[in-house]
Design a protein around this ligand. Structure first.
Ligand code: ZN
Length: 383
């Protein structure tokens, strides 16, 4: 569903993002097609496109003529028009990547580090981030985003247990990232970041209503509605892993028993000591009920499996679709499978973390400039 432009005076930054998003989702495309899609005149679109070309966000090109006449001028995003750094912190280590405007990972670094303390993590970042920025010394750097396991700000659930980062409460993460890089800094739970990356660079080009089930060390999830990641009142909407599924079941560090991620997560698999095939068989009933619950709650186009789990684990879970219970998903005219796998792996989260910084440039769905505020599109932040 394309967003529509506006003729209001304050709408110029909005219209520029509308045009950028239209190019990103439909590339390559023409000025006329954009105008029809977003409801602006071709003249307005052409003016905006000229500005965006001057700022190196867009590139126009022509295909080789096939018959008589000049082929139409086509537009695509300029991948090198801007960059952002994504950082992903897990109980197993730290990874960071320089990502371009199209979501390509230009350079990346990784350090294995069990339950990194804030000081050791920022010491490592202090050594690897300058190297990443140096991969594009002339590049326009839009910001740095960091993703780590949530939830944030919930006393009994945040920063406790094997699936979270102990010792990270009250750490001024954004300030410390900004100190190292001098860039605008963003922070998000890893599953919301992964879902944003998926929406911006992956399956979001085909789907706008889906549930993203994120296999980190624990289990998270995010509902994507009308192309936006739903974050909830406290930004913690994705804690599906703490949904109680087994009454009187295994104790969970959150204080409850029988939470979903005690059974369905990489941490649960590791604790089970089972082979992959045996574990998949063991968790199949709980996994299928989870999918059924998601479908009946949200009626999504599909449920996307992604995250840090290996492709074979994700594919194995997706094959459990065959035995799913009846839900509202069995509707007439259905197009997508009930479960699909996103094979982004670790890069999905890194791209998502970088997308926190890029999304305010690329789409009006994610970050809206207010009237009178300087627009980051007007020059960005030179490295
Ligand atoms: Zn729990």
């Amino acid at each position: 569903m394309a967003l529509k432009g506006t003729n209001q005076e304050f709408g110029r930054p909005y219209n520029r993002r509308i045009v950028l998003e239209s190019v990103r989702l439909n590339s390559p495309t023409t000025r006329g097609e954009i105008a029809a899609r977003v409801g602006l005149t071709v003249q307005t679109v052409s003016t905006i496109v000229r500005e965006l070309e001057e700022q190196n966000y867009l590139v126009s090109f022509r295909e080789n003529p096939k018959g008589r006449g000049l082929p139409p001028s086509l537009l695509r995003l300029n991948s090198e028009g801007g960059f952002a750094i994504g950082v992903h912190l897990t109980p197993l280590g730290i990874a960071a990547a320089l990502v371009d405007l199209s979501g390509n990972v230009v350079a990346s670094r990784r350090r294995a580090l069990t339950n990194a303390s804030p000081d050791s993590a920022f010491r490592i970042l202090g050594t690897i981030l300058p190297g990443l920025l140096a991969a594009r010394p002339e590049g326009r750097m839009l910001g740095i985003g960091m993703a780590l396991p949530g939830p944030f700000g919930v006393e009994s659930m945040s920063f406790v247990g094997p699936t979270t980062m102990a010792g990270w409460e009250n750490v001024t993460i954004r300030e410390r990232l900004a100190e190292i890089t001098g860039l605008p800094s963003f922070l998000e739970t890893d599953m919301a970041a992964a879902a944003l990356g998926e929406q911006l660079y992956g399956l979001g080009k085909r789907y706008s209503e889906y549930y993203y089930l994120y296999f980190g060390v624990g289990l998270g999830g995010a509902l994507v509605h009308e192309g936006r990641v739903i974050r909830g009142a406290g930004g913690n909407a994705g804690e599906i892993g703490h949904m109680p599924v087994v009454p009187g079941g295994e104790p969970c560090p959150c204080g409850n028993r029988g939470c979903l991620e005690r059974y369905v997560s990489l941490d649960a698999w590791r604790r089970s000591g089972q082979s992959e095939a045996d574990w998949l068989q063991t968790v199949a009933p709980i996994f299928r009920n989870t999918i059924a619950t998601i479908e009946n709650l949200f009626d999504p186009q599909t449920v996307v499996l992604g995250g840090l789990a290996s492709a074979s684990v994700l594919d194995g879970l997706a094959r459990l679709e065959a035995g799913l219970p009846n839900t509202v998903a069995a509707r007439r005219g259905r197009e997508a499978p009930r479960i699909i796998v996103s094979h982004g792996g670790e890069h999905a989260v890194l791209r998502g973390a970088a997308a926190l910084a890029v999304s305010s440039v690329l789409s009006p769905r994610f970050g809206l400039m207010f009237a009178g505020e300087p627009d980051v599109l007007d020059g960005g932040l030179a490295a």
